[in-house]
Design a protein around this ligand. Sequence first.
Ligand code: SF4
Length: 454
Amino acid sequence: MFISDNSKITEKGGKKFVTDVTCPFDGSACDDIVCEVENNEIIAVYNACKVGTANFLPCKGAERFTTPLWRESKKDAFKPITWDEALDKAADILIKAKHPLLFGWSETSVEAIREGVRLTELVSGTIDGQVTHCHGPSVQAIQEVGYAGATLGEVKNRADMIVYWGCNPMNAHARHMSRYSTYVSGFFRRHGRQERKLIVIDPRHTDTAKLADQWIQIEMGSDYEIFETLRAIIRGAKISKESVGGVPIATWKQLAEDMKASSYGAIFFGLGLTHSAAKKNSVAAAIGLTQDLCGITKWQIMPLRGHYNVTGLNQVLSWMTGYPYGVNFARGFPRYNIGEFTGVDLLNRKEVDAMLNIAADPGAHLPQKAVQRIAEIPLIACDIHPTPTTELANLIIPGTHDGIEAEASCYRMDGIPIHMRKVVDPPAGCAESNAVWLGKLVEIVEKKLGIPHV
Ligand code: SF4
């Protein structure tokens, strides 16, 4: 239950301004957005980056699902059905399946994910999301060696050295540097950029690298070796090699000295590291370096999470089941085994016989073999607009844009829960929020299975 704060809404000349809105796009979850609203339509957006702004503004000309659509066979055309019929059909598909996969979740609310976990347990299915193939190895590394983390607020207020490793926030998280890490003025860093050293380590000369004080161009896939080299240098070991990762050892020695000399350093990493040759071992080595540095000064490390609530999926699953992703309920209790219960693997091995997809587009992003399986099995797809995934569906559920059309919560990339303000009503025909229709589906499934509602 949310308590709406009307002090964040002002009315002027027939227009409504909603302040402190959270941008439901990437893991930065910027919560300083202002939306100008007229006749229940967002007409202007302030403070957001270009991508964030486009996310808020209505997509003129794009089809919006506002009624559930059904087809018995995937060769048939879709026909509109009522919400009651849609939820009844969704319940039947999930109950009838021997092993349903409930997939996605990274672009919907914490409240919706919570209902999704309950639903997966009821139908003895598996719940998983985009995290498996984005920062899944980072999560594995954290499970193995721990996490020298911090909040983005701490970085903003204290950091005097920022390292972006295998990531390009200027393109992927456009306000990350200006709001949290590099340019922003902080409590102990009043002069923002002037008090911070920016290092970019990447094989490519990215837009972020162009802004750096130092860009270190490394050989693709050499990350693990570099982290272990830096750790050895910091521990005072003698290095006999002349270069590591295509970079002279003198450069690494200087970087190690700079890192030790900083009073608060922050490493941010992206998929360029997570999916480099040694995968989770590269991330574990990066965390190890951070832990070593913490013995000398203060450093933190953080993955740059992509979707705005991909961290939320890990968090909700962890507090409800004890596991962060790829959770299976076939035996009535949660089990977790990467490769066995992760979405792509289950689809590739044809081990799932029905699927509910929400707030993800696996039809566009998963490997061909997995998509072929999605095309073969009954698919319930919840989305706002048509996507390659909805093209494969039997049942399309109209999605609600949580965080814009519904009050909701998400977890920012640093694991901080963020409240998301409602700005406009969803279009007529859509549910109040994704959590609302999922909650109703849970109740229908419980009724059909004769399980009392808790
Ligand atoms: S950086 Fe990301 S979260 Fe922030 S406004 Fe841009 S798209 Fe939205």
